[in-house]
Design a protein around this ligand. Sequence first.
Ligand code: SF4
Length: 445
Amino acid sequence: MAPPAAVVLHAGSIGGPDSHRRTAAVEAEKPDQDEQENAGYPSHMSTADKLRILADGAKYDASCASSGAVRHSVPGGLGNSDGNGICHTYTPDGRCVSLLKILLTNYCIYDCQYCVNRVSSDAPRARFTPREVVDLTLEFYRRNFIEGLFLSSGIIQSPDYTTEQLIEVARRLRQDHKFGGYIHLKMIPGARPELIKAAGLYADRVSVNIELPTQADLTRLAPEKTRVAIEGTMAVVKTASDESDEDRKKMRRPQPFAPAGQTTQMVVGATPSTDAQILTTASQLYEMHRLRRVYYTAFSPFPHAPGNLGSVGDSRRREHRLYQADWLIRHYEFSAAELTTVAEPNLPENISPKLAWALRHPEAFPVDVNISPREHLLRVPGLGYRSVDRLLRIRRHHAVSTADLVRLRVRMAEARHFVITADSRPLPIPPGRAFAQPEQQVLAW
Ligand code: SF4
């Protein structure tokens, strides 16, 4: 697909009212690559205007949790990624954001239908230079507004060129400014492996968005993207991470590669794909590419969104249930296939996936908390994995009673129907609707 007109403009082809003065000033300063590359974009736009547009364009990306990396400050350097006292901000839909989360540009040559930045969108456009992003990051960090940077971008010219620009920001921060804060870089599927590897040397975390659960969904809504290219980039990250782990065993001071690992994001609700398909894809990605997290983002229709996009049910609630199911896969030894059925390929919205599984499997209960193995205890609704581990320690010393479960903060409203303790038998299991949670309770976790 041809790039949008704005992307192929060359230096000097757009000028604001004072463009001649700006040109003279830039020449006097001996322009670096930034100015030359940015010259095709509206020069009259202030940094604040760009920030408004490019922070807004990035808000749909959820894959930016900063947990998992520890980077200590160095003498003469700035910041570290393991400190507290960092200001947190919240997106309009309530997600906690403590990073400067922006796009390098929201120009994009691709036309992903679910994205507000696609080439055919009429959203206002802007582009930062690498220097502007570096300056903003340092400024915000010094003011304690942020703990680091989450940088993504629309695709300008090509995946390689875009990735080079992202790397340049991270390189300047790390090498020129000794920035020790957190950096999360979004990788562009299809970029050369050498570039992906270079990005991981500067970033704490990298992510490649899987975007949609199936290739058929991609073909329909993101025709320039393929599962093969996306997973190919994930595989490069995994291989580089594995090599870095090996180096750590052999070398005293190996250069870490994306120590906080890689994540991905999946848009939910833009296509009719079921939760079964979404969880199967997530599960495969965890297994094959050692992902730290899959983030699910409910598709939120934006102004002038194409009319062919679906919106399935209450998407916030659905997103929440998917996170619960994902948690069960990662921490509770559930497989994706166990959490839905052929007849019900979507997770129930009114009860948790774990409770839904328990109600479908009465033969697995009751579970005796004093003798059952860990894997059975993990399946009890209301029992968290930390509570299970504490319970296993307690029962070495004495028989576990209902009071012990209460002390462990087990959710007894659910658990008491499924467990035997030293002093109680399970209550009868009521129909699933008896456990239904009101909306506010579902989303308040
Ligand atoms: S490549 Fe990324 S920024 Fe470009 S349209 Fe697709 S999702 Fe949006």
